[in-house]
Design a protein around this ligand. Sequence first.
Ligand code: G1P
Length: 285
Amino acid sequence: MGITKAVIPVAGRGTRLLPATKSQPKEMLPIGRKPIVQYVVEELAEAGLDNILFVTGRKKRSIEDHFDYNPELGDISPGDNALSHLSMFYIRQANQQGLGDAISYAEKFVGDDSFAVALGDSVIRSGSHSSLLKRMMDIHQMEGAGATVAFMEVDEENVKKYGIAKPKGRAGASFEVEALIEKPLPSEAPSRLAVAARYVFDPVIFEALRRTPAGRKGELEITDAMSTLIKMGRKVIGVKLRKDEHRYDVGGFESYFKAFLDFALEDPEYGYMIRQYMRLKLHEV
Ligand code: G1P
């Protein structure tokens, strides 16, 4: 059976985006016309993932409101928008004890099914109609993997911001992962292949999470749970982003500004004007 369930963890504090995130979740910041989290939900819907669980926390209620039916804004019936066929569920993480802890809240929702995880602060854009998640789900099922993870190449100075893979042999478009390290120092990093915010898991990941100790920050890391999976004898497969697939991470202001500019420049109605405006501005500096 195909995979239809997805989990979006949105419980992070967003401290790197203060004061913009003082009273609103970072996932609700707009890039171009839509809040970040809407792009994520659209990506999941496009991949056939119709049952979505949000793992939320304090100050995240506006996400629920955003996907609600809103008659004042012209929604005539609960079924009249492009995302209305989706079933959305919400659960609150009690304490912010890491991404692994957040994902562990999905255990009952998932049951015996494999499922996808998409981090709510990262948008994946593709130049073609290929879907990264569909590709990952196909490979996951073909390989009978415990986990299938998206990776992108990053510069050496950025390996400390991500989970980094040690591939088994040469890393092609998809590859087996031998080990993973969360946020290594450049000198400890086994490669420059960084976890790119999309995952597919077999439910065995919950057992791996239970067997995994907290990491350096005292939080339960999903990266460490995948290392446990490998030790349990399950395969972890990496899938590389293609050249035309781009990941926008909205964790800090630099990447947020870049994402906003890219989306504004490509806006079908205003993109042209924004390009002209920017040309003018750039002449001034
Ligand atoms: C999390 C994961 C990390 C991954 C990153 C991708 O880190 O722990 O392995 O590479 O997301 O966005 P965070 O950005 O929450 O610190």
